[in-house]
Design a protein around this ligand. Structure first.
Ligand SMILES: Nc1ncnc2c1ncn2[C@@H]1O[C@H](COP(=O)(O)OP(=O)(O)OP(=O)(O)O)[C@@H](O)[C@H]1O
Ligand SMILES: [Mg+2]
Length: 153
């Protein structure tokens, strides 16, 4: 049975600058098991997509100037596995299967192209999504870092 070797919880307001804060938190937390630059960059990218979704979509119905919270829960296991759960108390997703399809977006902005979930899937080992309309969404990212070898140092 794998064991948890470290854990951390962070709560951030859904302000756009907190996307960068979330990436930095994930880097600092992962440093303990010394991932490769590529592995870390992949994880940061996946986290960035999930956090951006909370910022852009979850609280879209709130009045101008109001914000919600993004909850990030990190866990590191003794098999070099990391889990990052990113959740919100926002509007929720009506049809998760459809939302995960490439190019599906509910946004009318040119900036969004419906690729966020695909990026999360490509850059991690598993993506699980739970959501309830009106209650919020939770995205669990799981990644196993490669075994550490001395040649890489
Ligand atoms: N946390 C969330 N809360 C509410 N809806 C969400 C959330 N995350 C994703 N969604 C819904 O799922 C859809 C697909 O998300 P995805 O990240 O794949 O694409 P996108 O955010 O629309 O575009 P892109 O990520 O390419 O900028 C979104 O358009 C939105 O409707
Ligand atoms: Mg997105």
């Amino acid at each position: 049975m794998k064991k948890i070797i470290n854990e951390m919880k962070v709560r951030l307001p859904s302000h756009s600058e907190n996307e960068a804060v979330a990436r930095t938190v994930v880097s600092a937390f992962s440093a303990l098991i010394d991932p490769t630059v590529e592995e870390l960059s992949d994880l940061r990218c996946a986290v960035s997509e999930a956090v951006t979704n909370c910022i852009v979509h979850a609280y879209r119905d709130l009045p101008e100037g109001e914000f919600g919270y993004i909850y990030i829960s990190l866990r590191l296991y003794d098999n070099r596995e990391i889990t990052v759960e990113i959740s919100d108390n926002g509007c929720g997703i009506e049809d998760i299967k459809r939302a995960r399809e490439p190019f599906f977006t509910t946004s009318e902005s040119d900036e969004r192209c419906g690729m966020g979930f695909l990026v999360m899937e490509s850059f991690t080992d598993r993506v699980s999504v739970k959501s309830k309309v009106g209650k919020g969404t939770s995205v669990l990212l799981r990644k196993i870092f490669s075994p550490h070898t001395s040649e890489e140092e």
